[in-house]
Design a protein around this ligand. Structure first.
Ligand code: AMP
Length: 473
């Protein structure tokens, strides 16, 4: 399946997808959507960042539309269970984005916020309900919700739900659901206890999988350079002049950022080109051909645009901005050191937010990356968070984030700025825990990469979901 058109999704859904700039299905979508449209139960091994939300949400919406009935009071037609409030909120956002032309009724029931509004939102019945297990059971037990009309059940990040102690809640919930339903079960890993849970919940399931991202690429030398934010453009130009660059792929978080970086480089006399979602297909092909041939040696890209780039001989990957999804970092740096070559990955990190992203990355790859501090002395003093961070890493693995390892969704909401993307620190920490021991610190090298197309939520055009009144904070 090379295009979403191949799935023949209902027109309002297809329209929403093109507004979201989705053209090509990701591997998990290509595998899952046809099976799901045919009504099969699906068990999938896939992580956040692979596009798995759309893999279940799109066929569910399509099937809802085929039999559009008004939900009965206090019921839901679709129930999605997810381990955390953040993930639940993002799944609801996705349903609302893909269903924006459907007048979808949807809501969120999660712990840590008062129940009254959630009870009221469920009163008339909804088509899509996204929930964390603890709060869902509370609502069922207090007669705010009946589960006997659920036609579609999704368990997302099942392994994480088990890790968080939700197994009994899940069993109780599933026991209350109609036997006749379509079930989707996604997990990043499939150890025996998870496989058994799936076995008990699914009917003759089809199996899908995408290779998980394991660790950072072998043979990639990773460097972190701390620079002042305002100094990044000049620093990048200087860096590219100093290094022996065959081909450099520079990543920015936004399309606008990519264009700005190109302008800055050109002013400094470095020929560069950008590819991102706002460029025409023609332009992208031309630029890629020039990059492949070596005519342009510096390419600036956003994550989604870079998905289609399959170019050998990239000697340098430069993260002009650090990604806020740690898996994206692994995917980015895997663009260099291909086909047996060595590669260098350099990340320019300013203080504040980016230090948090760096912490998440280091936790995912289980190593502290070597740092060079090139900030101006004044700003160094002005950035105590960054200084603390360095100390924090001395002699060991990064410590857990203060709000990591939460054991139940009714815990109070995490403090601090909300990360715009799902699967942040907690997820990374948990993956890390499960991973076998990796190479020691220093030298910036680790073991092999099992690449997979990880996607970046930032590239989605801004949208306000139309029914998010139940979000906390
Ligand atoms: P997920 O793994 O479901 O969290 O998706 C990761 C990110 O990729 C989200 O920002 C999605 O909006 C985006 N995304 C998912 N599928 C596609 C696609 N086929 N093309 C472009 N972006 C996508």
């Amino acid at each position: 399946m090379n295009s979403f058109q191949d799935f023949a999704l209902a027109d309002p859904i297809a329209r929403a997808l093109s507004e979201e700039n989705y053209v090509t299905p990701t591997p998990i979508q290509a595998q899952t959507i046809p099976l799901a449209l045919a009504g099969r139960d699906v068990v999938g091994i896939a992580q956040t960042g692979t596009g798995k939300t759309a893999a279940f949400a799109l066929p569910i919406l399509h099937r809802l539309l085929q039999n559009r009935i008004k939900p009965q009071p206090k019921t839901a037609r679709v129930l999605v269970l997810s381990p955390t409030r953040e993930l639940s909120g993002q799944i609801l956002d996705s349903f609302n984005a893909y269903g924006r032309h459907l007048r979808l009724t949807s809501t969120l029931t999660i712990g840590g916020v008062p129940m009254g509004r959630q009870v009221r939102a469920l009163m008339p019945g909804v088509e899509v309900l996204v929930a964390t297990p603890g709060r869902l059971l509370d609502l069922v037990q207090s007669n705010g919700l009946k589960l006997n009309q659920v036609e579609f059940l999704v368990l997302d990040e099942a392994d994480r739900m088990l890790d968080m102690g939700f197994i009994n809640d899940i069993r109780k919930i599933v026991a209350k659901l109609p036997v006749k339903r379509q079930t989707f079960f996604f997990s990043a890993t499939m150890p025996k206890d998870i496989a058994e849970l799936a076995e008990a919940m699914l009917r003759d399931p089809a199996r899908v999988a995408v290779t998980p991202v394991a660790t950072t690429a072998d043979r990639v030398t990773q460097r972190i350079i701390q620079v002042d934010h305002s100094n990044k453009p000049a620093f990048l130009a200087q860096l590219l002049k100093q290094e022996t660059v065959d081909r450099a792929l520079i990543f920015t978080r936004t399309k606008h950022g990519a264009d700005k970086v190109v302008k800055g480089l050109e002013r400094a006399g470095i020929r560069a080109a950008a590819i991102h979602g706002n460029k025409s297909q023609n332009h992208r092909e031309r630029v890629l051909a020039a990059f492949r041939s070596g005519e342009v040696r510096t390419l600036v890209a956003t994550d989604i645009a870079a998905r289609g780039i399959d170019v050998d001989g990239i000697s340098h990957v430069v993260n002009f901005d650090l990604p806020n999804v740690p898996e994206t970092y692994v995917h980015r740096i895997g663009r260099t050191a291909r086909a047996g070559a060595d590669g260098i990955a350099i990340s320019l990190v300013a203080g504040g937010e980016e230090m948090g992203y760096l912490r998440d990355i280091e936790r995912l790859i289980r190593m502290a990356l070597p740092r060079e501090d090139r900030r101006t002395p004044g700003s160094r003093e002005a950035a105590p968070a960054a200084a603390q961070q360095q100390q924090h890493h001395r002699g060991g693995r990064p410590a857990p984030r203060p709000h990591g390892g939460r054991s139940h969704d009714s815990a109070p909401p995490a403090k601090g700025p909300r990360r715009p993307r799902r699967g942040g620190g907690n997820k990374a920490a948990q993956q890390t825990n499960r991973e076998p021991n990796r190479s020691p610190q220093g030298g910036g090298k680790t073991e092999g990469l099992q690449g997979v197309a990880f996607l970046h939520r930032e590239s989605r055009p801004n949208h306000r979901p139309n029914n998010r009144n139940q979000r906390p904070n």
